[in-house]
Design a binder for this molecule. Sequence first.
Ligand code: CP
Ligand code: NVA
Length: 291
Amino acid sequence: MQHFLKIDDFNSAEFWSILESAMSMKRDDSFGTGGLHLEGKTLGMIFEKPSNRTRVSFEVGMFQLGGHAVYIQKQDIGMGSREPIADVARVLSRYVDGVVIRAMSHDTIAEFAAVSLVPVINGLSDLYHPCQAVADVLTIVEHKENLQGRKMVYVGDGNNVCVSLAQLCHLLGMEVVVACPRGYEPPVTGITIESDVRKAVANADVIYTDVWVSMGQEAETEKRLTDFKGFMVDMDLVKLAKPDAIVMHCLPAQRGFEITHEVFESPQSVVFDQAENRLHAQKAILVKLLG
Ligand code: CP
Ligand code: NVA
């Protein structure tokens, strides 16, 4: 049994197979039904934080695949308070065929997965956002076709989204540069860290950014807004990349902070393609793990 908690959990061949399956499900049926591969199966979805894209795309994806999803908020089951995480995991995994967890701490997901009888998927933790990265690479492939030799520049906080994206882009053959202030570097090997954001985006095929204050970091807001000054993706910065560069953001975005309204709404922005691709990518992940 396989879990998908972080990019390291699959190899490049497995990711290409997921991407092909996602593309095929997206292409073959514009209504997204693409075969009832998970008929009669149920996905548990435990969320400790708010979500639009992750929650809805997993729930809709299960429905389109012929299965069912059960949304469980932290307070409903009291995971770690009403009952130990391992007990919740050993009960739930006797009812359902897979579990998505969005948790404050990655340790919660790892502790659950260690005793789960069914596959566990990370729906975002403080360390990683692997499902987002798969949807993002699907979006890059759609817009750029070939990944080899393409340059992906992430601007901003070396956070959960950045780590998974940088790891997957590197694994699949892209050049990865992260432009961030000192102290905010992602712990990823094989990539370039650059504190000069203008230098970083030169010749970029993809510019990616995410919020400066992630969920759970609200107490650090003042310090972060100071530290990230100069790391906003604006038109002047985008003009330093290739003329056909695409601009990406996992959403939700804070316009006027990490990205300007002008860039967000520009023809180079593919943020809603990314959001749509969460559905297609996750359906492929679900079929691989639960099918
Ligand atoms: N990008 C993303 O994960 O969005 P949600 O927080 O709305 O799920
Ligand atoms: N880095 C953001 C991503 C939200 C999808 C957060 O963790 O809040």
